[in-house]
Ligand binder design. Structure first.
Ligand code: HEC
Length: 113
């Protein structure tokens, strides 16, 4: 009986590992690649973020105006201003497609209330 309980516990732990690993990865990628401009909490309240006037992802109206497709596209391709100067770098060659897709969930989770 104890053996069964132990196997069940191990099976559950094994099933959880990939979920936890991918959750940590997207957060890690945010800290490494995005936080400088968009802030740890997605509010954009960093010196660079303020200068570039990035949006505040904690606000419901900002979230509502942004589609999942836009999140993926801008993360993949980056953004330029009218003069053609890069304002946000492209991540197509730094993040995998899966990692880019995972940003949707993370960015959505920044919304407060
Ligand atoms: C050098 C600063 C900088 C970094 C680093 C950066 N961004 Fe941005 N990001 C910007 C700027 C500036 C804009 C606004 C661009 C525009 O709309 O023309 C933007 C726009 C966006 C948008 C579109 C919605 C909006 O705010 O207009 C998303 C989504 C986004 N960034 C996600 C990310 C993700 C995910 C990362 C990391 C993988 C990242 N950004 C890294 C500066 C940055």
């Amino acid at each position: 009986m104890q053996n069964i309980a132990r196997s069940l516990l191990l099976a559950c732990a094994a099933a959880l590992v990939p979920v936890l690993a991918s959750a940590a990865d997207v957060k890690e990628n945010w800290v490494k690649h995005c936080q400088k401009c968009h802030a740890a909490d997605g509010s954009g309240s960093t010196p660079v973020g303020k200068k570039l006037k990035v949006l505040n992802y904690t606000l419901p109206e900002v979230q509502a105006a942004m589609t999942d497709e836009e999140i993926v596209k801008i993360t993949r391709d980056g953004a330029k201003d009218e003069a053609g100067k890069t304002t946000m770098p492209a991540y197509a060659d730094k993040l995998t497609e899966e990692e880019i897709q995972a940003m949707i969930g993370l960015i959505r989770s920044f919304q407060k209330s």
